[in-house]
Ligand binder design. Structure first.
Ligand code: C5P
Length: 235
């Protein structure tokens, strides 16, 4: 069965500071989205990439893709996105032609994911998992807090989940297409990743090793880190 990737890239990226939509900001002179598209198209198994553009930016994204060298063996589609990441992914899925049985969902904000991670996710779906996430152990201890008594006051800590059992989850997340479509049809809560919607259906989700270079570019320091990773790759 063929593999397609949906790249939600419709976010504004407010945490990154003022400027263009996050996916269109440059890393070493090339828009983050182009890095992300190349990272997915680097897998020989991915034959279609659907980019979900900012609602008013589909034409701009289309010409951006046309202006950059991308692999000939890969097809590209651009569709306008929505208000939430979840809605943007759903709009991407609606544009998916019938022959694709495996779907990857990958954040444009993770431009540097290595191809080995992409292939490991695809492999696990082909081996029969309905949903696969790349995941890494945490460096920090994580605590659950309750709301502060008043704005600006310290937050009470209520729990410390055992760190060795926690994972930080990345993208691309890989899915059996029918499972992901059903998840998007039936789960209406606002979620931060696609696999959690499959969990809500009661279906198994498995984790494979993620990669430190698949980090999400969210805050200004992440741009510095991403450019350092690119510089190291060129050595
Ligand atoms: O905001 P966050 O970092 O979780 O966004 C993850 C990905 O979802 C980004 O690639 C962003 O462009 C995308 N997104 C989207 N549509 C939205 C919000 C976020 O495609 N409405």
């Amino acid at each position: 069965t063929s593999v397609a990737a949906v790249i939600p890239a419709a976010g504004r990226g407010v945490r990154l500071g003022p400027g263009a939509p996050k996916a269109l900001r440059a890393l070493n002179g090339t828009p983050m989205l182009i890095h992300a598209v190349r990272a997915l198209a680097a897998s020989r198994r991915v034959s279609l990439v659907i980019v979900v553009a900012p609602p008013d930016g589909a034409a701009e994204v289309k010409s951006l893709l046309d202006a950059h060298a991308l692999p000939e063996r890969t097809d590209f589609l651009v569709v306008p996105g929505g208000e939430s990441r979840q809605e943007s992914v759903r709009l991407g899925l609606e544009a998916l032609p019938p022959q694709y049985g495996i779907v990857l969902v990958h954040d444009a904000a993770r431009p540097l994911v290595p191809v080995d991670t992409v292939d490991a996710v695809i492999e696990a779906v082909r081996d029969g998992a309905p949903a696969v996430v790349p995941a890494l152990p945490l460096a920090d201890t994580v605590k659950e807090v309750a709301p502060a008594a008043e704005a600006g006051a310290p937050e009470p800590v209520v729990a410390t989940p055992e760190r060795s059992r926690l994972r930080a989850v990345q993208t691309p997340q890989g899915f059996d297409r029918a499972t992901l479509v059903r998840a998007h049809e039936s789960v209406t809560d606002n979620v931060t990743d696609d696999a959690s919607m499959v969990e809500q259906l009661g279906l198994p989700v498995v984790a494979v090793p993620g990669h430190e270079e698949a980090f999400k570019v969210t805050r200004p320091l992440d741009l510095v880190l991403a450019e350092a990773v690119l510089a190291r790759r060129r050595l």
